[in-house]
Design a protein around this ligand. Structure first.
Ligand SMILES: Nc1ncnc2c1ncn2[C@@H]1O[C@H](COP(=O)(O)OP(=O)(O)OP(=O)(O)O)[C@@H](O)[C@H]1O
Length: 759
């Protein structure tokens, strides 16, 4: 006998499957029906089943409760069961049948010792009419929401009242610029290409119109599978999960909450009006397929995983053909992620079909001049007769080339794609976007990108140093300017080297790169988000779209190769009008790249000021970093040796060959090796002890008296009194990095050069 469990889902269809297939809870192909909500996993009491009151019930008659799954697990969407919870008063037993074991449920009507209050409805309430479509659309608002008074700047956008309520709950007092411009156009049915600075709220600029449209439609029945209505494609797994979370949060604020205390009502809660799910690589494809099988309204996906599923699922392919909304988020990055072919294949499904395979009224062969003439008729709005479907397309990024935007305008009349012509695989963003079949003859291009790509609240800075000294300069910066710091490196090897080094130096650092398991990536992101003085060492997998609240600093440990990457990396800080700081670490051989980078942004290299450094402290840090490197080198050699040996052994085992006796001669058990190991360990321990001692010493700036706070040429007493003392570096004020560049002097050479250039 087992106790019944409450799971994170409503399981109407599942109940049927359990009866049919027996007790395998994770049977592939099980048709799930879910309901999302919030709850605690609080009640874990054993069910008290009073035999006298027990009666056999169907699974769907049980008092199911919805619970939420935390995003940090990587399962924020409907992608699986994380935890089971007992249902009070329910007993599960199994009956042997011809087809195998069948789970049955006994449910007690007597919920003693809990006595219902006078206001409570009967415990064993019937589930709602599953075909709840009729009531859904006209669901009355519990309390009218006065958006005109409470959100005067959002009110004119005319969003669904439940969205304005949610916006209010999230304290978004006014729409951002891109939201103000994009939302009305999207609500008019226009296709929108939005370019706006990083952190400017682009997700809701396309997300709110989608949710608005779906909320204005009837609440789907739990009996019928809901068809996919919006597909959002994102370049990275993290971004896809984040967009999913963002939209889920927006909806969660408006779905009835479980912790409102009315348990009976939860048991009869209808399916969600709008369901959102994410499909990304690195997670169980089986579970994700099940999510799709039971139907979602808004799907956020990375192209690789989605195409894996679509290529074997005609149903899904058909749904993509009939989408209502298609979104490319960070479209330009998708070209770089190596999923171009998959993306191209998915987009092909969204192309219009007509009897002639041509877009009505459009001659694809017209000349450029004719194109221009057609431009003049740009005011022609799309008529529904012209549309293959109602598809609306949104393309958003912080960086889209001006050329592309011009081309998009010009392409309006040659939009679409003739299947008669050979379709070469696309290879550039321009190519890709020009192949998008916008239904709108002239997609609206909103370009709010700031001049030079720099957000006004961002302060840039740089340090010029040798490549070999970058570790020291980084360590200096982290001590000098504590905060949440995102360090970008160009290679995974670089991260693997730097991470243990920083750990030895007592810096809390977490790696993030594409060769890590998805769960570990999400876990590290989460740790970085929750620890204020931590460091994330990342490749450009983290450069785009990630919305980590309050990243104080972005450091380009290696100079990005393109201006777009520079903009997107910087965009991880100074988000949503907050201040932020970014620093280029520039080695002599990288000067050329910085120059080219700035040129392509229409800026001068000298515009980025140098960071003021306390050189005496920098020198003292060199000793510490040198020692940490020595320790790291020794540890690395041991690890590498073990790894290589294991690899050879595993390869030999796999090939079923015997290894030469020489291979084992220096194995651990030989006496001389043992001695060597002992000596090695002793040296390592002594170096570590030395480093520990060094790190325990306060770093005192030149001119500071270590004995008396009022003595020395720079007494620290004032800083102490003002509360501006930097605990890691005595004698230097605790100031923000942005303040240190204001006083920085431009390199003399540059000033000279500039002067001569202007002559
Ligand atoms: N109207 C608003 N008012 C205040 N904050 C907002 C508003 N809209 C969105 N935000 C918040 O701003 C942050 C950045 O939003 P979002 O991630 O959508 O930016 P983005 O423009 O997509 O950035 P990126 O280009 O880097 O992907 C989020 O934390 C979001 O919750």
């Amino acid at each position: 006998m087992a106790k019944a469990t409450r799971v994170a889902t409503y399981c109407w269809d599942f109940a049927f499957e359990v009866e049919k297939k027996g007790t395998n809870l994770d049977e592939p192909g099980t048709n799930w029906s879910t309901h999302r909500g919030t709850s605690s996993f609080s009640s874990r009491k054993k069910a008290k089943v009073d035999g006298a009151n027990k009666r056999t019930v169907r699974l769907d008659e049980l008092p199911w409760k919805t619970v939420s799954r935390p995003l940090e697990t990587g399962l924020g969407g409907d992608d699986g069961i994380l935890e089971l919870e007992e249902v009070e008063g329910v007993e599960v037993y199994y009956e042997e049948t011809e087809t195998g074991k069948v789970a049955k449920f006994k449910y007690t009507d007597d919920p003693s010792p809990k006595k219902p209050s006078n206001n409570e409805e009967p415990e064993n309430q019937e589930s709602p009419d599953e075909d709840s479509d009729e009531s859904a659309d006209s669901e009355p608002e519990k309390e009218p929401f006065d958006s005109e008074t409470l959100l005067p700047e959002w009110h004119p956008l005319g969003l669904h009242p439940r969205l304005t309520r949610s916006i209010h709950a999230r304290n978004f007092s006014k729409p951002t610029e891109i939201q103000k411009e994009a939302i009305p156009l999207a609500l008019q049915g226009r296709d929108v290409v939005g370019v706006a600075q990083t952190g400017s709220g682009k997700t809701l600029a396309y997300g709110l119109p989608i949710l608005h449209t779906l909320l204005n439609q009837k609440r789907p029945s739990s009996k019928r599978r809901r068809p996919l209505r919006a597909l959002i494609l994102a370049p990275t797994r993290e971004l896809a999960l984040q967009v999913s979370q963002h939209l889920t949060d927006t909806l969660r604020a408006i779905e009835p909450q479980e912790d409102e205390g009315d348990e009976k009502k939860q048991a009869v809660k209808p399916p969600p009006h709008v369901s959102v799910a994410a499909i990304v690589g690195g997670m169980s494809a089986q579970k994700q397929k099940r999510v799709l099988d039971r139907g979602v309204d808004v799907l956020i996906a990375t192209p690789g995983r989605l195409w894996d599923i679509v290529s074997t699922d005609d149903n899904l392919a058909n749904e993509i053909r009939n989408l209502r909304f298609l979104v490319l988020d960070e479209a330009d990055r998708m070209i770089e992620t190596g999923h171009f072919a998959e993306l191209d294949n998915i987009l092909r499904l969204t192309l219009r079909e007509s009897s002639e395979d041509e877009i009505p009224g459009i001659d694809n062969e017209k000349s450029e001049d004719e194109d221009t003439n057609m431009d003049d008729k740009a005011d022609d709005k799309p008529s529904s007769a012209q549309k293959g479907t109602d598809l609306q397309t949104f393309v958003f990024s912080a960086t889209l080339s001006k050329d592309l935007q011009r081309n998009l305008k010009r392409r309006k009349r040659s939009s679409g794609f003739s299947k008669k012509k050979k379709r070469e695989p696309s290879s550039t963003l321009d190519d890709l976007l020009l192949r998008l079949d916008f239904r709108d003859p002239e997609p609206e291009v909103i370009d709010l990108s700031p001049k030079g790509g720099v957000v006004s609240t961002l302060q840039e800075g740089r340090v010029n140093c040798l490549t070999a000294d970058k570790d020291v300069y980084l360590f200096y910066f982290l001590l000098r300017h504590p905060g949440r710091t995102l360090v970008f490196l160009s290679s995974i090897d670089g991260i693997r080297r730097l991470n243990p080094l920083l750990e030895l130096l007592n810096v809390k650092a977490f790696p993030l790169h594409s060769q890590m398991e998805q769960r570990q990536r999400l876990k590290n992101l989460d740790r970085f988000k929750s620890i204020p003085n931590s460091v994330l060492l990342a490749t450009d997998v983290a450069a785009r779209g990630l919305d980590i609240p309050s990243v104080d600093h972005v450091i380009h440990f290696q100079i990005p190769r393109t201006a777009d990457t520079y903009i997107h990396r910087n965009g991880r800080t100074a988000r949503a009008s907050r201040e932020g700081f970014s620093m280029l670490m520039c080695a002599p051989d990288e000067r050329r790249i910085v120059k080219a980078l700035m040129n392509s942004l229409g800026r001068d290299e000298a515009e980025i000021p140098e960071l003021d450094l306390e050189l005496s402290l920098l020198d003292r840090l060199k000793e510490r970093v040198k020692l940490a490197k020595e320790i790291e080198g020794m540890q690395h050699r041991v690890k590498k040796g073990k790894f290589e040996k294991n690899w050879v052994k595993e390869a030999a085992d796999a090939l079923e060959v015997d290894l030469d006796s020489d291979f084992f001669s220096d194995e651990e058990d030989s006496a001389s090796t043992k001695q060597q190991q002992k000596a090695h360990n002793a040296k390592l321990a002594s170096l570590k002890a030395e480093l520990k001692q060094m790190l325990a010493q306060p770093l005192v700036a030149r001119g500071i008296s270590a004995k008396y706070i009022t003595a020395g040429s720079r007494p620290v007493v004032d800083d102490l009194l003002a509360g501006t003392i930097n605990p890691a570096m005595i004698g230097v004020k605790q100031v923000q990095a942005r303040e240190e560049v204001r006083v920085a002097k431009k390199p003399k050479k540059q000033q000279k050069k500039k002067g001569s250039a202007s002559n």
